[in-house]
Ligand binder design. Structure first.
Ligand code: FAD
Length: 809
């Protein structure tokens, strides 16, 4: 075994082998994969091997499509068969709601180039003769689905990587990973130590244990998972004869089961409600090519439904039951990417569908290692989406919830109940007294909207407008006509200080820095000039700055900041988390309210738009910024957490005669849509340039040097490929959510990023990107909502206060 390598990949499951192969595609050959046993010694060998592209996140769906398309390539290079059976697949719906969901998935698939087809129950029966059509409303057929041989795939990646020069060390456990003072790694294995530039944790079932070598507690948990294999079935043979084809891969929402043909019989797997974690704290090293004891009682309810829906199973003999563990992250998507604070330490784990996603994970991660950029929008699987709050117990609760909901619909307004409340602020009870309906924002409870007094504060889940509609309208009215109060503790806040703070930020950010007592808006760009964040930057002193951004991206942005921090200690960046909390007052009467309580002159002249001050509010020391995301006159008041309750009480009491009213995140969302304000993760993502997102006005091309400048010049010269636009949609009782296709002249010309109902302008609004050559403000567009094509027109200016005079009042 070699003593030095550019990259050591730990783990020879499908994911590790894919990462290895993709690194060789970049021409890196000084790389080694270390496997504690034989290849496929974790989950990979006993997988059911089903492959499909359907995923709630279109960016992950794209990478799944890539994975399925890759099998031909690795078969050719390796000479190893993956046993690809592209049978096609169908998702079955037993209720109207589930059919709505399928319509949505079908619509989303259109701009991804998926050729799915909505089918009736009768058509479903024709495609899959084994089903009893009485139980189904319809289905979604996808020709691009099938199954593979899991071992074949893993070996094909490994052999293809070897053929291109990579090394694989078997029966050799990695027992430690040690960061050296020079930033390189000692990967200590049973057969010796390898000095490596990069370490990749692809430990699968043992990824947690491997992470613990460096003090990392990865939020993943293995779950037991069962499927059964039947003896040969005459009904299968008959269906094969009648259709001339192998049977489709089926997902049955109602039964919470999946099935496919396996030779002359069937394979049927369940995502049962009574799910069970496996080895919740530590995975035994001695576990290998073995299976867990099957527990038919646990899956009996799913089997009962399955046998009813597919009656042929009632006569089939069960040949074998497989029970094997595989790992999940709390939201069911993989954990991929570099780990904050650990140079050149990468993870690719929690991959729950390695045969659908392994190729995409390997591609993105190898790009990231070699080119410092994944090349795709991988936020949905970025390890940085979780922070310290995703503890072992939190992960356990969320993974069980996710597993048991695998085939459940998640409505757009549905907040999942497990592991809550976890983080709360000092006004949680106060908000409860005001009848708040809470949402979970990356572990933190925050008010979504306030139910009327006497009404139970809960959402009625639906794809259509529902019981929050009137309350959110009233909250918007309160802001637009008077003054509203919103908690903003869920923003991310960072303190940047030190003698080199100004120079560092100037290089980091594409906009000019604010002068003393001022704020600026600025995107954050990667080296290619693509958007990786949008911030408000405030300057309190010559060497003291505050950055405000998206709360969910705190880990993501801290990782970027730390990776770009000078080594000499001239700059300190501190994520403030809940150590700094805040309330926002917004609306035309907010100045009058602030004037009553603030210990500073709040007149327009003394405290103009985008000013930032230290000032007392009542007895409370605070920092105040004159800006709000509602696009109205307003102020963000930042304080230490111990003052939050008194500030909340003070503002409500002092503003009572002004009609002050608490408002929640849904009203804020409605108001920012009326202003065409985009948000991180929806409108602003690493697949867009500032020119496309309309953020170029916050970029100063006069600045000679900042991260992403060269990429930006290239993007400017090439011109935008698409443009973010605001649409007014002729909606009925459902507004867009996100990812709906935008149509023009019968063709899909873009996609929606977010939307909803603008209560102040009484219009249904969608924000979305449209191909530049198909962009015409006078053209007729349409947006597909729940299978209906709804007419839409471009609004060239913000629908509310287009001149922006209200926020500058
Ligand atoms: C019953 C069942 C059915 C499934 N069906 C499907 C399906 O239909 N479709 C699908 O896409 N997915 C399916 N899966 C999931 C799929 O198996 C996993 O997504 C995939 O196997 C994950 O691969 P991995 O490489 O991340 O992890 P693993 O397969 O667990 O591989 C990790 C490897 O790392 C090695 N390792 C760990 N620690 C060390 C160390 N310290 N030193 C050296 N080596 C180490 C292990 O020995 C192991 O070989 C199923 C899983 C199960 C259990």
């Amino acid at each position: 075994m070699r003593s030095h390598a550019r990259v050591v990949v730990i783990g020879g499951g499908v994911v590790g082998c894919s990462v290895l192969y993709h690194l060789t595609k970049h021409g890196w050959t000084d790389i080694v994969l270390v496997e504690r046993s034989e290849l496929t010694s974790g989950s990979s060998w006993h997988a059911a091997g089903a492959i499909h592209t359907l995923n709630g996140d279109p960016n992950v769906a794209k990478l799944q499509k890539y994975t399925v398309e890759l099998y031909k390539e690795i078969e050719e290079i390796s000479g190893q068969s993956c046993s690809v059976h592209m049978t096609g697949g169908m998702v079955l719906a037993g209720t109207k709601e589930r059919m709505d969901w399928l319509k949505m998935a079908h619509a989303r698939g259109r701009y991804l180039g998926m050729e799915t087809e909505l089918v009736s129950a009768a058509e479903a029966k024709r495609l899959m003769p084994l089903l009893d059509e009485r139980y189904f409303v319809g289905g979604l057929y996808d020709p691009f689905e099938g199954h593979v041989d899991p071992s074949g795939v893993t070996y094909a990646y490994a052999k293809a990587a070897r053929a291109k020069g990579a090394e694989i060390s078997l029966r050799n456990r990695v027992i430690d990973t040690v960061l050296r003072p020079d930033g390189s790694w000692d990967v200590v294995t049973e057969q010796g130590t390898i000095r490596a530039e990069h370490v990749v944790n692809c430990g699968g079932l043992w990824a947690r244990e491997v992470g613990r070598y460096v003090g990392l507690e990865l939020p993943i948990l293995a779950m037991e998972h069962m499927y059964l294999l039947t003896e040969d079935m005459p009904e299968v043979a008959e269906a094969n004869r009648a259709t001339g084809k192998e049977l489709l891969v089926i997902l049955d929402f109602e039964g919470e089961i999946y099935l496919r043909q396996e030779r002359g019989g069937m394979l049927l797997g369940t995502y049962e409600q009574a799910c069970r974690p496996w080895s919740p704290k530590t995975t035994p090293w001695e576990f290998g090519h073995e299976l867990l004891e099957p527990d038919l009682d646990r899956i009996a309810p799913s089997l009962e439904v399955g046998f009813r829906h597919f009656p042929a199973f009632q006569n089939a003999g069960i040949k074998k039951i497989i029970n094997g563990p595989f790992t999940f992250a709390p939201d069911g998507n993989p954990l991929v990417g570099p780990v904050r604070g650990l140079p050149n330490y990468w993870v690719a784990c929690g991959v729950m569908a390695g045969f659908c996603q392994g190729g995409g994970v390997g591609l993105a991660l190898s790009n990231w290692i070699v080119e410092s950029d994944p090349g795709y929008d991988v936020w949905g699987m970025d390890v940085a989406r979780y922070g310290d709050w995703a503890t072992l117990k939190y992960t356990n609760a969320k993974v069980r919830e996710n597993y048991s909901r695998r085939f459940r619909i998640r409505f757009p307004n549905e907040e999942l109940p497990e592991a809550r409340p976890l983080k709360t602020t000092g006004i949680y009870d106060r908000l409860k007294e005001h009848n708040a309906v809470f949402g979970d924002y990356w572990g933190l409870e925050h008010a979504l909207w306030f139910a009327p007094p006497g009404q139970e504060p809960r959402d009625v889940f639906s794809f259509r407008r529902t019981n929050d509609f009137e309350s959110v309208a009233a909250e918007c009215r309160a802001v637009r006509e008077g003054v509203g109060l919103l908690e903003i503790s869920n923003f991310a806040k960072y303190e940047v200080s030190g003698p080199a703070a100004e120079a560092w930020l100037d290089h980091l950010l594409p906009n000019k820095l604010p002068s003393l007592g001022r704020m600026v808006l600025t995107p954050l760009l990667n080296e290619k000039g693509m958007l990786i964040g949008d911030f408000t930057v405030a300057r309190l002193a010559a060497d003291s700055f505050y950055i405000f951004g998206s709360g969910m991206a705190e880990q993501y942005h801290m990782r970027w900041f730390l990776a770009h921090l000078p080594k000499d200690g001239g700059v300190s960046v501190r994520p403030l988390g809940l150590a700094l909390q805040g309330l926002q007052i917004a609306g035309p009467k907010s100045r009058e309210l602030l004037g009553r309580v603030a210990g500073c002159d709040v007149s327009r002249e003394a405290f103009p738009f985008m000013a930032f001050r230290s000032a007392d509010v009542g007895m409370i020391p605070a920092m105040i910024g004159r800006v709000t995301f509602t696009g109205d006159l307003g102020y963000e008041i930042w304080i230490q957490p111990e003052y939050l309750r008194s500030l909340f009480d003070l503002l409500l009491a002092t503003g009572a005669d002004l009609g002050i009213r608490p408002f929640g995140g849904r009203a804020l969302n409605a108001m920012r849509l009326e202003k065409s304000f985009g948000t991180w993760f929806r409108e602003y993502r690493p697949i867009y340039t500032p020119f496309e997102a309309g953020l170029d006005r916050f970029v100063s091309m006069q600045k000679p040097d900042f991260i992403g400048r060269e990429g930006l010049v290239r993007a400017r010269d090439a011109g935008p490929r698409r443009k973010l636009s605001t649409f007014v949609v002729d909606a009925a009782d459902a507004d867009v959510i996100a990812d709906e296709p935008i149509w023009r002249d019968g063709k899909v010309v873009g996609w929606v990023t977010s939307g909803g109902y603008g209560h102040s302008v009484q219009k249904s609004i969608a924000l979305g990107y449209v191909d530049i050559e198909r962009l015409d403000a006078s053209a007729d567009y349409a947006v597909e909502i729940l299978g209906e094509i709804r007419p839409a027109r471009i609004a060239e200016h913000a629908l509310f206060d287009p001149s922006g005079s209200r926020m500058r009042l």
